[in-house]
Write a protein that binds this ligand. Structure first.
Ligand code: CTP
Length: 445
């Protein structure tokens, strides 16, 4: 019996997949189809897969050509599968010509003619979300670069109000964006708006975009007025729009895994969460950070707050802040959130430097995420008995914005807010930033 194996994601199952499976089956007597797992796709940078693994397997099964379906979970699995299943022929479409020649050592490799004019990427791009940018700082540049890795969304324009002309021109030139001076015109050309202008503008800008029936992704720091933030979420809900908190760490696979792991009880009851994020900005952006956000707590505070809130929840009972201020700007802030049985500590600075790690202390052990933990790709679980220590490795792609952009697209398509960073969690962060803004529990040194 001649055994054939082929692999693919099979997202949004289409004619190209059907033809490939049909011809693969014709190559032998028994066809095994490997369908990629979500984690494997994510690790190799395929972030936009729309269908769940179960649905993709079901679609392959329904084609009627597969005698057996397996899940592809890791790099190098193809060699193991070929040996394990006694495969005679490995096949994939001609878009991969040459790529799998190394498998010739184990079985025959046969590239099948790819069906022209169709792909999952094309289907995803058919309903492309046109995104307009409001702001042109360095974060906007990184965001636009990363958006290119996400199918189903295209950054198309920039709105000029309040944005420096030279900065807008540079962003537009580098990303082939149209510049809009007129709000109505801008609104006619986009489906969603990325707000990355100064914090004090966020509420007004979010409201304008929501009132014009556009989805919104707002860069960190989201809001420092909890009531206002709540009202905006309510407005988004009434209008069936997505109001999305653009805090990239919240959507990064390794960070999410680390949070889930801590909830399993592996390190016992979590007692403290301790996170730091310090960054001495270059002179040019230092002024911008100061005027845009008003210091380290606003500029970076949401990162340690995210760790605290994801790991300990939103019902903290008290907060305290200790800031070193110069000319009314906090260059260094240490803060504390008290919970019933635990506490969180955070350090942020734009004028000082310290180790940027995250540690989560528990009654049985602790989790350690080295600097830069806000771009988590590796962490450890450590115990008294070091033989039990575990190391966890993941891939962190690019600047990390692509994860939040992919999740934003998913939320818009599903018509549902994100579970990775919920409205309640965003509101809890706004509450803390509001207390800091209003000098509640703030001491200076
Ligand atoms: N395939 C094909 N013809 C197409 C599309 C895909 O023969 N028009 C083949 C691929 O070469 C591969 C298999 O179908 O052997 C599964 O491909 P997959 O990557 O899941 O599909 P794509 O449509 O190429 O997906 P994407 O656009 O996300 O890369």
């Amino acid at each position: 019996m001649k055994k054939v194996i082929t692999y693919g994601t099979y997202d949004l199952f289409h004619q190209g997949h059907y033809n490939l499976l049909k011809h693969a089956k014709e190559l032998g007597d028994y066809l095994i189809v490997g369908v990629t797992s979500e984690a494997f796709d994510q690790a190799r940078g395929k972030l936009n897969v729309r269908d769940s693994l179960v649905k993709r397997i079901e679609n392959v099964r329904k084609s009627g050509f597969a005698d057996e379906i397996i899940v592809e979970e890791y790099m190098g699995q193809k060699i193991d599968d070929i040996k394990r299943y006694g495969i005679d022929i490995f096949t994939v479409g001609s878009d991969w010509v040459g790529h799998f020649d190394y498998l010739n050592e184990f079985c025959k490799v046969h590239y099948l003619e790819r069906t022209k004019g169709i792909s999952s990427t094309d289907i995803r791009n058919r309903e492309t979300i046109r995104l307009g940018v409001w702001g042109a700082g360095s974060v906007a540049h990184r965001f636009c670069l990363e958006a290119k890795f996400v199918s189903g969304l295209e950054v198309t324009g920039i709105y000029r109000e309040g944005v420096d002309e030279a900065a807008a021109n540079e962003l537009a030139e580098q990303n082939q964006l149209l510049i809009y001076e007129d709000w109505q015109e801008f609104m006619e050309e986009v489906d969603a708006v990325y707000i990355c202008n100064p914090l004090q503008e966020h509420a007004r800008c979010i409201r304008m975009a929501l009132e014009a029936a556009k989805h919104v992704i707002c860069e960190t720091p989201f809001m420092s007025d909890a009531k206002e933030a709540e009202a905006l979420f309510e407005l988004a809900g009434q209008k069936k729009l997505i109001l999305f908190h653009g805090l990239k760490t919240a959507y990064c696979p390794a960070f999410l895994r680390m949070v889930s792991l801590s909830k399993t009880g592996l390190i016992g009851n979590v007692l403290t969460v301790d996170a730091s994020f310090t960054k001495i900005f270059a002179n040019a952006s230092s002024g911008q950070v100061r005027s845009n956000s008003g210091g380290s707590m606003n500029a970076l505070g949401e990162y340690p707050l995210l760790a605290a809130i994801k790991l300990l929840g939103t019902d903290f009972r008290e907060s305290k802040f200790f800031s070193r201020k110069t000319e009314d700007v906090d260059g260094y802030t240490w803060f504390y959130l008290g919970y019933e049985h635990s506490m969180a500590k955070g350090t942020v600075a734009i004028d000082a430097k310290k180790e940027g790690c995250l540690t989560i202390a528990g009654t049985k052990g602790y989790l350690y995420v080295p600097s830069p933990w806000w771009k988590t790709e590796y962490f450890e679980a450590r115990f008294e008995n070091f033989n039990k220590n575990m190391k966890y490795f993941y891939k962190f792609q690019g600047e990390g914005f692509r994860y939040e952009i992919a999740e934003f697209v998913r939320c818009i398509l599903k018509g549902q807010g994100s579970l990775m960073l919920t409205k309640e969690e965003s509101l809890a962060m706004a509450r803390v930033l509001e207390m800091y803004r209003d000098s509640v529990g703030v001491e200076t040194f």
